[in-house]
Structure formats: structure tokens, C-alpha cells
Design a protein around this ligand. Sequence first.
Ligand code: AGP
Length: 612
Amino acid sequence: MCGIIGYAGCRPAVPVVTEGLHRLEYRGYDSAGVAFVRDRSFCVIRAKGRLSALEEKLAAVQTATSTCAMGHTRWATHGVPAERNAHPHCSNDNSLAIVHNGIIENFQELKAELAEKGYVFHSETDTEVLVNLIAECRKDEPELLRAFAAALRRAHGAYAVCLMERNAPDTFYAARMSAPLIFGVGTGENFAASDIPAFLHYTRKVIFLDDGDIVQATAKEYNMFRLEDLEPVAHEPQTVLWDMQAAQKSGYKHYMLKEIFEQPRVMTEALAGRISEQGDTVLLPELDNLPAPARLYIVACGTSWHSALWGRHLLEDWARVPVQVELASEFRHRDNFLFKKDEMVLVISQSGETADTLAALRIAKERGATVIGLCNVIGSSIAREAAAVLYTRAGPEISVASTKAMCSQMLMLALLALYWQARRHNPDESSRCPPRRQWISALVSLPPMLGDALSAMHETARRLSRKYAQARNFFYLGRGHCFPLALEGALKLKELSYIHAEGYAAGEMKHGPIALIDSAFPTFAIALDDPLFPKTKSNIMEVQARQGKVIALTNGETDLAADDVWTIPRLPSPLAGFVVLPALQLFSYEMADYLGKDVDQPRNLAKSVTVE
Ligand code: AGP
């Protein structure tokens, strides 16, 4: 997630802005930049890499006279990490400069329109298109506020932007749509930033801007308007009582909890620009030059392997692609793997640096396979070495335990299944291909649905974790697409609370593991209201017959007689996994927090296992 900051005040602006960027570093970035006006011209300083590289460049520039500036840390989404893609971006006539967090979904169409009018582009970013669109709108609307609004009304997608013009060096504009932007009200100075830490040192008076707000600010005043008609809007400032560290967690106690609650926004970002305007086609241009595979191997580790196991169901059911899922650490030692021409390997890795997964990628390439990547970190080793890469756009995952990354991986696998379904679709299978538009619509409705459900789920997770906190062992059971989720639930519990937990295919219990069940060995059974429910219900009864306690996670009117029935919002199978997953994450989070464990940095774990 990029970080932006705008400042107008009484101090030298550039140090305020660069300090603000440091406070936003936790959001992750691969380049940075600042812009200010000096002698009626923009001075734009950008650097790839860490902020220190930017500050080194700034040291050689006279910046002290400027009391208005803006800055940006870039988490690349469009265009590789490089200075030319770093923000701020200027309009062709250098009259405007902009910094942007988010994704303009229709930027290609806008770019073509502007190119027709003679605009040239020096970067691969959607941001450079936006700033030139504003310049173009200014030909009809000389007042910048109106031109800014006109351009934003044409931009579809998510944005938090700050904008400056060289003829008004003491003024900045800001606007937000589906991306965070907070306004800081100081004394003789004003701020806009992606997050409160950027300016918390200067003011605790904040205004949480709403989607569709547009702001014009100087040192002494600010005015807010509604984007659609520029009617004035008034927001009462609030006072933030957080300390700096709490502010970087947006007030959540741990990064893990923040990242669990970020999942609705992560899904929105993953979907952005990947569904046609008509809502019936998935757009994955990264793969357009590659044929849909006749068979797919998915290779990963840990939570990413669980995503792969879950995604197999959709790829086989929706795209009719046979899938074989492999643990990277095992796959790389199997010498007999030879790939046919129409077979493909997908490697999944949040970090893009996991040693076993990277090794598996290299081995598969050596053996003739086409290898594609599903990664979160732009420009990571796996992203660079794969023939093509899909990015999950989950933003940096700070907590060692993977949460939002898995959610974004699952969403991308669902999109991939629908994308290949369309590519492989042939009439004789039409009866078995589900209605794509229906599933796309269901995916689009996920973020608001989950956003509404998370708080209640958190309360239930908190209550149940206290009730079962004495357990030293746990079974997690699931069938079908819930089996991978049972594996993930068990992994979360053991890696966070250090309670031994085993994820099992529910049908496997009777083949031995049930010998372990007694009153001190509870079971977390995922028993959704789907065709497999009757069989899972029998498994629950088998456990109870041996005095085992059961938490049954369900999503419908199921006549379950478990010790605790946890009912979550219903979604059509297999999308129900997008609600099951956060429930399991929250249960493990609350258990670990209650037991006083180091939630964000569990013992013995690393965020990216770059050793074999
Ligand atoms: C899960 O909570 C762990 N962080 C771990 O299993 C992780 O998923 C695994 O190491 C794979 O990491 P990757 O996705 O970055 O390759």
C-alpha cells in the first residue's frame, strides 16, 4: 500500500513531509519522492529504494523556502519499482504534480484518449495518466478544484491523492475514494495523509475523510467539498489519543488483528481492474499470452500451500483443469517430474522469497514447465523468475502469521479459475460450467459482506478462546474445500498459541486419529450447510461419543448438537471459505493474545523462510 502526505503550513515543508514518509514506512514501499514549488516551478525529487536514498538526493537541493509540499512512498501495483514510476508525477506541461495511493481501473482507456490528444507518458503508472487528465480537464474548467473534480469523476477505482499546482505554491488539494486518507488540522498548518502516524507528531485533531470528499487546503484554512457537485461538506475534527505505535496499527492491538480486519479492503484491491465493465469476464492480461493449461501443478509452502489446496477445488470445478498440489519442500526432491508441453506450474508465495518455493520454480523451469507466480511482493525473486506473475495486492503483511495474504491468494485463485474457464470453455462442457457472471457478482459482493461480519465474529472468537484456553491439543476437521481451511486453522492455532493442533480431513478421523479423542482433546469442526454436511455431522457425533468437546462452525439452519455452535454468515459454497478463514484467524488470535503470547512475532518463526 502506498503512503501519501500533503502539508501546508508555517514550517519548512520538505522535512515535515519526509518525516511523515518515515512514519508510513511500515506500509511497505519500493521507492519514494517529494514535490514542492520553488520559483514558480516544481521541484520533484524521487528515488528507488529506501527513504535514505531520497534524503541523500534532497540534501543537495535547496528546499528550506517551501512551506507546502507533498510526498509519497510507493508500493508498486502498475509498473515495476523504478525511479521513473516513483511519485510524484507531473503533467506534461509541468503545471501540476500528484501523489496517489490506489488503482485507477480504467487508466488504459484514459491513457489512450490522452495520447490521442498528444500527451506523452514517461512511466507505466496509472497516476501519471490521472495528473494529465486533470490538466486536460483544466482546458474546460480553468479553476483547478473544478478540473480536479471533473477528472476524478472519470477515474474509476480506488484513490487517495494529493495534488499541487505550480502557480499556487502554498496550496494543496486532496481527495479520496475507497482508499484511506485522513486530514490533520494543525495550528497554522494542515496535513493530509494515508494514515495518522504521518502527522501525529504535529496534531491530534483529525478528520477521517469520506469517499467522495475533495479538499483544498492552505496553512491557515481548509475547505471540503462533495466530489459529485462540489457542494461544501463539513466534518467535525476528532481528537486521536493513540501513541505513535498504536497509530501505526490504526488503533488495533496487534498488526495481525489489523490485517485480519483489512481483508475486505484487500479483496477490493485484488478485484480492482480485473473484472470487465459488463461484469461477466475476468481480466488477467498478465496471462493472455499463455495458453490455459491442460494440467496444472501448484507448488507452495505453509499457508500458501493451504491456499493452493483450496484453489484446486475451484480450478477443477469451474475451469475443468486437473490440478496437482505439491509441497515445495517435497516437490523439489522428486526427480521423476517431467512436464508435457501443455502443463503449467503455479507457485504461490506471499513473500516471493521462500527458498523451497523458489527452488521448486527453478527446477520446474529446468524440466521444461511454464511457471507462473502468485505473489504479494512486487519484484520479489519468484515474481522476477516466473514466466508471468499475478500480484495479490494485499499490501505488506507485517505480522508473521499469514492472514490477509491467504484471503487475497484465495480470491486470485477464484479469479484464475473463472479466467481459464472462459479460455477453455467449449459447448459440450457448457452444462457443467457454472454461470460466470453469477460467481463474479458473488466475489464482488464479498468485501462489504465480510466487512459487516467481522466484528461479531471477533466477539464470538474471543468468547470461545477463553472457554477452551486450557486445551493443550485441538483437532480441526473439514471436508472438501473446508479441509484446507481446517489445515490452516490448525496451523494458525499452533504457530500463534503454541497449542498442539492437527488439521484433518473429517473422513479420516475413523482411520486412527479418533483414538486421541477424550474430554481434554477438543475438536473444531467446520460443518457448513452444504452437500457434505451430513457426513461431517456424523464425524462430530463420533467425536462426541468419545466425550470429545466440539466447536462446530456452521453457516445455516443445521441441527447440530455440539458443545458450541458458531454460526457465521452464509455464502454459496465454496465462497463460504472467505468467511470461515477469518473466523479461524480470529479464534487463534484471541487464544494467543489471551495466553499472553507474542502475537505478531511468535517464537521460532520468520516472516519469510529464505533458508531451506
Ligand atoms: C503462515 O502463517 C506462515 N507465515 C508460513 O506458513 C508461510 O505461509 C510460509 O512460510 C510460506 O510463505 P510464503 O507465502 O511467503 O512463501
